[in-house]
Design a protein around this ligand. Structure first.
Ligand SMILES: *Cc1c(COP(=O)(O)O)cnc(C)c1O
Ligand SMILES: [Zn+2]
Length: 403
């Protein structure tokens, strides 16, 4: 649907066809729609007839012609109760949003379905992305489907199943000796010469809009009620920004009222810029230096989130917080979710690990309704996980020692 871009910091307005994600002032450019007009046809009731993908929310996405849409069936993922785990604290309602069920096995599919559709509509054919892994796989898949050339740049410790996945979708893969922002610098430097459109986080408006649909879905799936707390594994933060935006939009549409859920951003120890900023009561996020970063190559490993200020303001506005969890806590949480039948990535497991911290700090109440985001599959990380899984046993040998 028609929209324009508005700076979240200085309120400057730019046309959508600039395809920009950030303003000259450094603020984030967010798509803004005419809700009064849209709200006439885009009603809660109308959703019943719509597709079970994120494109059910077409009216509030920045693509104008349905023919431009590049879809692999993303979105409308299950939101299920973790009843057995609620008993531990106890917690009244614990839900998990199964984002690993998206195409390419992660919620990055949402952002790239919308971004690639938007770029497709605007005649872009050559795209590049710096990524910890899942963004590159998602770009590769959607670019493939849109007949675009894709170039992806990942740190050299990116899990190899993800690298193979990118090749499988036909992308060109470059390994980078450094972190995600080093990959970003390479694209920045080469983009004029190579003709790449940079689809990195907040380089264009589509990815945030795609991630926003998680917010619409959670509210719709809970019967048009807000949860009390959203626990989200945060890297560059486009999901937090997107859901926060969705909740405000749904209020503007008159679909829901009341307080927004509290956002809890979860990061891994040793790459926790948001946690540090909150502890030190800062309103901007500062860089810690690459050497200090020993956290695993996951989507949370983003030492320099480009929209740090906006993220902090969202955590503050919603009375939320940021929590760092250790590698061991993540491993334990991953097995606990595994034993509930959930294939959870380290990032998804980190949100479960964060719950104990929230209880210890009394930042969560037993009566809260909490939603965790399982943003990707365990499968992609199995190789690095192998030693945390109990030994595989040979039945004949075990049987022989028993008898
Ligand atoms: C990218 C990613 C994240 C972080 O998401 P942001 O919205 O960029 O903060 C979390 N989990 C997984 C699996 C990811 O791929
Ligand atoms: Zn601005």
């Amino acid at each position: 649907m028609q929209c324009q871009l508005v700076c979240s910091k200085c309120s400057k307005v730019l046309p959508l066809n600039t395809l920009r994600g950030q303003c000259d002032c450094g603020g984030v450019l967010l798509a803004e729609y005419d809700f009064e007009r849209i709200g006439q046809a885009f009603t809660k009731e109308s959703l019943k007839q719509r597709p079970t993908t994120l494109w059910r929310y077409f009216d509030v996405l920045p693509v104008e012609d349905k023919k431009s849409v590049i879809s692999l069936g993303e979105g409308w993922t299950p939101l299920i109760r973790l009843a057995a785990l609620e008993k531990r604290w106890p917690l009244q309602e614990l839900w998990i949003k199964r984002e690993e069920q998206n195409p390419t096995g992660s919620f990055k599919a949402r952002g790239f379905s919308v971004a690639v559709s938007l770029l497709n509509e605007h005649g872009i054919h050559k795209v590049a992305v710096p990524s910890n892994g899942n963004a590159s796989a998602a770009l590769a898949a959607y670019a493939g489907r849109a007949h675009m050339e894709a170039y992806v740049f990942v740190p050299k410790d990116c899990p190899s199943p993800i690298i193979k996945e990118c090749l499988h979708y036909g992308a060109t893969v470059y390994k980078v000796d450094g972190l995600i922002h080093d990959a970003g610098s390479i694209i920045q430097e080469g983009q004029k010469e190579q003709g790449w459109f940079n689809v990195g986080t907040l380089k264009e408006p589509g990815r945030v809009e795609g991630k926003k649909t998680m917010g619409y879905e959670v509210v719709e799936q809970l019967g048009f009620e807000f949860p009390d707390v959203i626990v989200y594994p945060t890297g560059a933060g486009s999901g937090v920004i997107g859901m926060w935006k969705a909740f405000h939009e749904m209020k503007q549409l008159g679909w829901i009222d009341g307080d927004l859920p509290r956002f809890v951003s979860v990061q891994e120890e040793n790459c926790e810029p948001l946690v540090t900023a909150i502890e030190q009561k800062k309103d901007s996020v500062t860089f810690e230096g690459n050497e200090a970063i020993t956290s695993a190559p996951t989507g949370m490993r983003v030492p320099q989130p480009a929209a740090g200020n906006l993220l902090l303001s969202i955590l503050k506005e919603t009375n939320g917080t940021a929590i760092a969890v250790s590698k061991n806590e993540i491993k334990t949480a991953q097995r606990e979710l595994g034993c509930q039948g959930i294939s959870s990535s380290p990032e998804g497991a980190a949100t479960f690990a964060a719950l104990q911290h929230l209880f210890d700090r009394r930042e969560i109440k037993p009566t809260d309704r909490v939603v965790l985001f399982n943003t990707s599959h365990a499968m992609k990380y199995m190789e690095s996980l192998a030693h945390t899984v109990p030994q595989i046993r040979n039945y004949r040998e075990v049987y022989a020692t028993l008898s």
